[in-house]
Design a protein around this ligand. Structure first.
Ligand code: PEP
Ligand code: MG
Length: 580
């Protein structure tokens, strides 16, 4: 029995067999063939190439339409590899000489070239290795009839072990056989972790050595609450965790009984508890956990795991169904936050050195108003279906906010001309998640109807700690005095300008921080549906004046650790069952 310690990403306990997942790997079978079968293998190879060529041309067309010709040209290198006559000759010669299936021959030949390319002094050729590697996998998958989205089609219940998982791969686990997952890299507020929470799949990330220490088929216990993974546990440990699993389920069952009760303090101060979602399918869980609306709909997930952009109609349908189901509660639709750790998987955007500080969120939308307008039209159309609000991600200053609002006004005018109905009093808010926005929120407030604090990013930018990097996860401190000051400033400034202030970062779902946020006067807490009953329990256990005094005292402390210890002790005082 060995135990590994990582970063708790999504709560709950799961037990099961380990299955390794590597989105990149393609295993290549080797089987002998007879000389008579050579021509059939050549034919199969030709068909595989044609299929691959069609796929690449299709992607190229979409990239060109949606991102511009210069991005599409990146794929020319792929086409050149497919059209290379000498490579074809080499494969045919290889088939005749070695009498092996074409996948094996193709793989050997390409690998040989890759090795030669990676050693060359010529930088251009060295850079082509990634393109050739991509073509190798595409051709092999086509020859083998494989799909790359295996996570969605697992045959039995397993625990996924991976070096890393992208948020879009995690999204594929929806309704699949994944009991839990563990990864070597990643952080607490990575979108992979957030997605796991939404799907209610226990997860531990940032284990560093999981893929080295765990063997395929090992029996594992994943404790997503504590961030622990136990390999090959002894029977008493299994028993202990079975008890733990039942306790977890029992606590959740009891908390769910709070579902229909108000989110109010003992002295009747009410806050709004709403949920964060990534996909429309999560709405039943939102309702089951008693949310008073959706405080963050991460619409970019509609854009992932596909080769094109969702159409206006498709987006309209998605927004409309969510809004209708939540009616009369509000649904805050955030415009797409692509970039950072959420990439348009099949479209090859140029890679960036610092994607979180790069072409992301509102920056992408403002650079591509054609794509942005389609989303705004869909949102506006859905605005008459219920209580819909709109919000922009990653606003860094007044100019950006004004530009986004200008485009929104243009789209509204266009729709008025077309006679398409929309809510003319649509509430529009800004996420405050960039330190420059936090510092100038007094200038932003007059231009919006509300603020929603995105602490996941605010913390990473303010503390200079990459939210997906496990090596520096210890520095990612929501309780750092700098963060508390920023949050207080945003809440106070919003209130002074008569707008409400919510929080949709993971901080809003941490029971230990609830007293503090309540005491600071936060109006809305938006988090993963599973966390909502716990937060409600904290809120219902205190008087607001107690929370205010906690906030006052905490603001005088000097380190994140001191703040955390103080908050934990305060929580223990009011809701001991929530503190183990
Ligand atoms: C945040 O940054 O806190 C936030 C809610 O947005 P996201 O996690 O999608 O970046
Ligand atoms: Mg964010």
């Amino acid at each position: 029995m060995t135990s590994l310690k990582g970063i708790p990403a999504a709560p709950g306990v799961a037990m099961g067999k380990a299955l390794f997942f590597d989105s990149e790997a393609v295993s290549v079978p080797r089987r002998p063939i007879t000389p008579e079968q050579v021509s059939a293998e050549v034919l199969r190879f030709e068909e595989g190439l044609i299929k691959t060529r069609h796929q690449i041309l299709g992607i190229q067309k979409k990239v060109s339409e949606e991102l511009g010709q210069e991005h599409a040209e990146i794929l020319n290198a792929h086409l050149l590899v497919l059209e290379d006559q000498s490579l074809r000759e080499e494969i045919i010669q290889g088939l005749k000489a070695h009498l092996l299936n074409v996948e094996a021959i193709f793989n050997d030949v390409i690998r040989r070239h890759l090795r030669a390319f990676s050693k060359t002094e010529d930088e251009y050729l060295r850079e082509r290795t990634a393109d050739i590697e991509d073509v190798r996998k595409r051709v092999l998958r086509n020859l083998l009839g494989q799909q790359s989205d295996t996570l969605a089609h697992l045959e039995e219940s397993v625990i996924i072990v991976a070096r890393d998982l992208s948020p879009s791969e995690t999204a594929q686990m929806h309704r699949s056989h994944v009991l839990a997952f563990v990864t070597d890299i990643g952080g607490r507020t990575s979108h992979t972790a957030i997605m796991a929470k939404s799907l209610e799949i226990p997860a531990v990330v940032g284990l560093e050595v999981a893929t080295k220490r765990i063997q395929k088929g090992d029996f594992l216990i994943v404790d997503g609450t504590r961030g622990e993974v136990i390999i090959d546990p002894d029977p008493p440990t299994v028993k202990r965790y079975e008890v733990e699993q039942r306790r977890h389920q029992e606590v959740n069952r009891q908390l769910l009984q709070l579902k229909d009760l108000a989110a109010e303090t003992l002295d009747r101060h009410t806050v709004v508890l709403s949920a964060n979602i990534e996909l429309p399918d999560e709405v039943p869980s939102v309702i089951a956990h008693g949310a008073a609306g959706i405080g963050l709909f991460r619409t970019e997930f509609l854009y992932l795991n596909r080769g094109d952009f969702p159409t206006e109609e498709e987006q309209f349908q998605a927004y409309k169904t969510v809004v209708e189901q939540l009616k009369p509660h509000p649904v805050i639709i955030r415009t797409m936050d692509l970039g950072g750790d959420k990439f348009l998987s099949p479209l090859r955007l140029p890679s960036e050195m610092n994607p979180f500080m790069g072409w992301r969120a509102i920056r992408f939308s403002l650079a591509r108003p054609d794509i942005f307008r389609i989303q705004l039209r869909a949102v506006l159309r859905a605005s008459v279906a219920g209580n819909l609000k709109l919000m922009y991600p990653m606003i860094s200053g007044v100019e950006e906010l004004r530009r986004a609002n200008e485009i929104l006004t243009e789209v509204e005018q266009e729709m008025t001309r077309e006679g398409i109905p929309f809510n003319k009093d649509l509430e529009v808010g800004a996420m405050i998640e960039v330190p420059s926005a936090a510092m100038t929120c007094d200038l932003l407030a007059p231009e919006v109807d509300f603020f929603s604090i995105g602490t996941n990013d605010l913390i990473q930018y303010a503390l200079a700690v990459d939210r997906v990097n496990e090596k520096i996860a210890y520095l990612y401190e929501p309780t750092h005095p700098a963060i508390l000051r920023l949050v207080k400033r945003i809440i106070d400034t919003g209130h002074a300008a008569n707008i409400w202030v919510g929080m949709c970062g993971e901080m809003a779902g941490e029971p230990v921080l609830s007293l503090l946020l309540l005491g600071m006067g936060l109006d809305e807490f938006s988090t993963s549906p599973v966390q909502l009953p716990i937060i409600k329990q904290v809120i219902r256990s205190v008087e607001q004046s107690f929370a205010q005094s906690v906030a006052e005292q905490v603001l005088k402390l000097r380190t994140g650790k001191e703040v955390e210890a103080f908050l934990l002790a305060s929580l223990k005082q009011v809701a001991p069952v929530l503190v183990e």
